[in-house]
Write a protein that binds this ligand. Structure first.
Ligand SMILES: [Zn+2]
Ligand SMILES: [Zn+2]
Length: 381
């Protein structure tokens, strides 16, 4: 089905959208025999009704012909809550400028490296722009589906929002832990750990393939509980905005009660370390309590060596985004039994296959130190 209608003003466009929604409802509602479109005034005309059309359907059936005329529809699908990080970008850039000014005259500080920071900001820009599109057109429709099958409905009040924020933090903890311990998720998260420097631009190092990897799946329990998807994503954006401010060497240790409850610059510096004692520790977003509860907390005691054990030597944003995916596919492509090859998808990043004949051939020295194995972890199974 392809429509070639042109619209003269927004009102006419909205009316056309509603007619189109009706046509889609008929076509996909099992009433294919119906040929007449429903009257426009039988359908709601407000922007909210446009959300009832799966955006992917609109993309595939309608937008290619009307890309300019459909801008209002794109905007109808956008929500301030989706673009929170985008809106905060000027503040982030200002804080980066202040931090750079603070350290640029300090001898041997090595806090900033121009190539490194530019790569981080390139990655951050691609993430902010591309992720909004993926979220609007894929993640929110998927979450809306979960919301339609929710357990109950939770009205938003300051108290329930506080509960939502804590729940999202709990989900974030498990998302982050899975991102370090499951190769599939690590392929996206590795981008964030790719800098050998620690400053506010390091926070911008994100992969725009997070949504493809399925990070949003970790937050669907909150949607199923009864929180509106856009509020769940809004709480997550606030959590991520908080995390921007923990990527710094500007702040030492904070008062003990704060260090006990919150994820602080000190805790997060340790998280970015490749010192054996710091690997796979301090997963919290805003709080550090779940790390204390689940045994993944470590105090920042020794100087942190930032970066990855197997450090990619590149500043190319595209390669930094895909290098671990490429490595994983290469690992899977090596000959061997299928269950072993597929295990690269869910095994920890440092997992290696048994050498096919005798010792000596190592398959995947991915994330952790290839030799010796980490002191705090039993040998890979
Ligand atoms: Zn991490
Ligand atoms: Zn970080």
């Amino acid at each position: 089905m392809m429509t070639c209608v042109r619209f003269h003003d927004h009102q006419e466009f909205s009316r056309g959208c509603c007619l189109y929604i009706g046509a889609i409802r008929q076509e996909f509602g099992g009433r294919r025999q119906a040929t007449a479109l429903p009257s426009a005034h039988h359908l709601p005309m407000d922007a909210a009704s446009l959300h009832t059309v799966p955006p992917t359907l609109l993309l595939s059936h309608w937008l290619p012909d009307n890309i300019l005329h459909s801008l209002p529809l794109w905007l109808a699908h956008l929500d301030l809550r989706d673009a929170l990080l985008l809106l905060l970008t000027p503040l982030f850039v200002l804080v980066v400028g202040l931090e750079w000014w603070r350290f640029h005259k300090v001898r041997n500080a090595k806090v900033y490296d121009l190539r490194d920071s530019l790569a981080s900001m390139n990655l951050g820009g691609a993430y902010t722009l591309l992720d909004v599109v993926i979220v609007v057109f894929a993640v929110i429709p998927a979450m809306d589906w979960v919301y339609r099958h929710r357990w109950t409905t939770i009205e938003l009040t300051p108290w329930t929002f506080a509960g939502l924020y804590l729940g999202v933090e709990f989900c974030y903890y498990w998302f982050h832990r899975a991102s370090h311990r499951i190769r599939w998720f690590w392929c996206a998260h590795v981008v964030h750990h790719g800098s050998e420097h620690m400053n506010f631009t390091t926070a911008m190092r994100q992969s725009w393939l997070y949504s493809f990897a399925g990070n949003w799946l970790f937050y669907t329990p909150m949607v199923w509980l009864g929180f509106e998807p856009r509020w769940v994503l809004c709480a997550l954006s606030l959590n991520l905005a908080y995390q921007f401010f923990v990527h710094t060497q500007w702040v030492g240790k904070l008062p003990r009660p704060i260090e006990f409850i919150f994820n602080t610059p000190s805790h997060h510096r340790a998280h970015h370390g490749r010192n054996p004692v710091y690997i796979d520790r301090n997963y919290g977003g805003t709080f550090i309590v779940f790390d204390r509860l689940f045994g993944t907390f470590v105090e920042e005691n020794e100087p942190v060596d930032y970066g990855l054990v197997r450090q990619p030597k590149s500043s190319n944003a595209l390669w930094l985004t895909v290098h671990e995916w490429v490595d994983m596919v290469r690992d899977m492509a090596r000959p061997g039994p299928w269950h072993q090859r597929l295990k690269h998808l869910w095994a920890p990043p440092e997992w290696e296959r048994e050498p096919p004949t005798g010792p000596g051939t190592r398959d995947n020295p991915a994330h952790a130190s290839p030799s010796p194995s980490r002191p705090d972890r039993r040998p890979a199974a």
